[in-house]
Ligand binder design. Structure first.
Ligand SMILES: NC(=O)c1ccc[n+]([C@@H]2O[C@H](COP(=O)([O-])OP(=O)(O)OC[C@H]3O[C@@H](n4cnc5c(N)ncnc54)[C@H](OP(=O)(O)O)[C@@H]3O)[C@@H](O)[C@H]2O)c1
Length: 286
C-alpha cells in the first residue's frame, strides 16, 4: 500500500475512501465493505455525515482487523469549543464507529473557536484517543492562528482539491510545516467541467485510463491524499487502479496549468460572514 509520511512520523494511506452522502446505513456499510475488500485502507467519515454506524458495519463485514484500517472522523461546528464540548462529541463518534481510538480526528470547519477546539484535540491525543489530528477547510490565516500557539502542528488539512482547484498557495504554505493536503471533492464530483476537460481527457486517452483515474494519479504525484467516494462497485474498483501508470512531467505541467484557483464544489465562502454563519447554524442530532 502506498503511504505518505505525516509530520508526526506516522504513515497515512495515499489513497482512501470518502463517505459523504452515503447516509443510508445499508448502502454505506456495503460501500465501505467493498472498498476495504478491494484494498482501500483509509476510510473518511464525519459526525455530520450521520453514517458512522454504517462505516462501522462496513469495517466489520470486511473482516479486515480494525488495526489495519486508518479511520478518520470529524468534529462538527456545534461541538467545537473547549475540551468539555469536544470530548463528548469524540466519545459519541467512537461509540458509533465501534472503536476505542481514531487514526485521525479533524476539525470539520474552522469557524467556531478554532484555537480552543485545537487545544481540545491536543489534549485528547495526549490521552491516546486519537493518533493524529488535523483540520479541514483552513486558509493560510486559519492555520496561522493554530500555529501561533500549538504544541502539535496539524498533520493534515482536508480541502476541496482537484485539478481545477489545486490550492497551490495554501499547499505551499503547508509545506513549511509538513502539513499534508487531503483532497475532498478530488474527482470534482465528476462534474462535466472536469470529465470533459481537454487536458484531462488527453492524458486519460494517452494512458488508456479514465479521467477520474488521471485526477487521482495527478493528486498522488503531487503528494496529496485522495479520498474519492462512490457507491458503485465498478467505480470503487476503477478509482484504485492508479498504480500501474505514471503521468510524465510534461503531462503534470499541463495539468498544473488547468487550475482555476476557484471553488468548484463548495458553496461556503470562508471570507463571507453570512456564508460562514449558514454553516454554523446547521445543527444535527449527533
Ligand atoms: N472536509 C470536508 O469539508 C469535506 C467536504 C466534502 C467531502 N469530504 C470528504 O471527501 C470525500 C470525497 O469528496 P466528495 O464525495 O465530495 O466528491 P468526489 O469524490 O469528488 O465525487 C463523488 C462523486 O463522483 C462520482 N464518481 C466516483 N467515482 C467515479 C468514477 N470513477 N467515474 C464517474 N463518477 C464517479 C460518485 O458517484 P457514484 O457514487 O455514482 O459513483 C459521486 O457522485 C467525501 O466523500 C468525504 O469523505 C470532506
Amino acid at each position: 500500500m502506498k503511504t505518505f509520511l505525516m509530520n508526526n512520523g506516522r504513515e497515512i494511506p495515499a489513497l482512501g475512501f470518502g463517505t459523504y452522502k452515503l447516509g443510508d446505513r445499508e448502502i454505506c456499510g456495503y460501500s465501505v465493505e467493498t472498498a476495504i475488500r478491494v484494498g482501500y485502507r483509509l476510510i473518511d467519515t464525519a459526525a455530520m455525515y450521520m453514517n458512522e454506524e454504517g462505516v462501522a458495519d462496513g469495517i466489520r463485514m470486511s473482516g479486515v482487523p480494525r488495526s489495519e484500517i486508518f479511520l478518520t472522523t470529524k468534529v462538527w461546528l456545534q461541538d467545537c469549543g473547549g475540551y468539555d464540548r469536544v470530548r463528548p462529541a469524540l466519545e459519541r463518534s467512537l461509540r458509533r464507529l465501534g472503536t476505542d481510538y481514531l487514526d485521525l480526528y479533524l476539525i470539520h470547519w474552522p469557524f467556531v473557536d478554532l484555537e480552543g477546539t485545537w487545544k481540545a484535540l491536543e489534549k485528547l491525543s495526549s490521552e491516546g484517543l486519537i493518533r493524529s489530528i488535523g483540520v479541514c477547510n483552513c486558509r493560510e490565516t486559519d492555520l496561522k492562528r493554530i500555529l501561533a500557539d500549538c504544541s502539535i502542528v496539524p498533520a493534515v488539512n482536508q480541502l476541496e482539491t482537484h485539478p481545477l482547484n489545486q490550492q497551490k498557495s495554501v499547499r505551499k504554505f503547508q509545506e513549511q510545516y509538513g502539513i499534508l493536503t487531503e483532497a475532498w471533492g478530488v474527482l470534482g464530483r465528476a462534474m462535466p467541467q472536469v470529465m470533459d476537460n481537454p487536458a484531462l481527457c488527453a492524458a486519460a486517452a494517452a494512458h488508456g485510463k479514465t479521467v477520474p483515474q488521471v485526477m487521482l494519479r495527478f493528486c498522488y504525484q503531487e503528494g496529496i491524499i485522495g479520498i474519492p467516494r462512490s457507491s458503485s462497485v465498478a467505480r470503487i474498483v476503477e478509482n484504485r487502479r492508479i498504480w500501474d501508470f505514471e503521468l510524465s512531467e510534461e503531462e503534470m505541467e499541463q495539468l498544473r496549468g488547468i487550475d482555476t484557483g476557484e471553488r468548484l464544489i463548495s458553496r461556503t465562502d470562508p471570507d463571507d460572514p453570512a456564508s460562514r454563519q449558514k454553516l454554523i447554524d446547521m445543527r444535527f442530532d449527533i
